[in-house]
Design a protein around this ligand. Sequence first.
Ligand code: 3SL
Length: 231
Amino acid sequence: MPSIDVCFSPELLPLYDLKGKIAVAVDVLRATSSMVTALAHGVTHIAPVSELHECLAYKEKNYLVAAERDGVKAEGFDLGNSPFHYREDSVKGRFLAITTTNGTQAINRSRTADAVLVGAFLNLGAVADYLRKANKDVVVVCAGWKGLFNLEDTLFAGALAERLEGDFSLNHDATLAAHSMYQVAKGDLMGYLSKSSHVQRLERLHILPDIEFCLQHDVYNVVPVLEGEFL
Ligand code: 3SL
């Protein structure tokens, strides 16, 4: 039986061997939720990039360019990191290059895996179905915040473990911890996260609707898979 493991921060990735495994990169608030939303609403390709200057250069190739740092849209870019930006008709049929504080780093640092998927609560069921069919070991790579642990990505890992229980072994301590945490939190994710650092950060920026949107489960049936440069 394949197993599901959890890496609580990209800084811990040197301790994991991703070869032969599928990495599920997650940044629930908000990068991977925005990417899933963008693809579900007609963006055709997403290039997740790490640096602002690298991202801005894509504008010359007629891409939409999006950037967030510390929760705020970076200057000179078309879009920020709110999932609501990606539900507009204007994104349909476009190529998007995006860089965010943590989410795009988690994706790019997972590239040694056999495959890199992008997960969020919004596409939880679709990711679980994909992994069940692939039948390989999985590592959930939590984006965290600037190298530190965060609650929301860990809750996603716990939710995915719950969906895969029975078909995957959950016998890694990190997975057992994430799974237990999700059991406590799942009845009221917003309440559980209310004191978390990133929810407080986003509340200070008055983007409570983004948080509520990102905590919804199974809204979209898309599974972004990294192929070369693109999701
Ligand atoms: O860190 C990230 O990649 C972002 O998702 C953070 S924020 O939600 O846009 O503040």
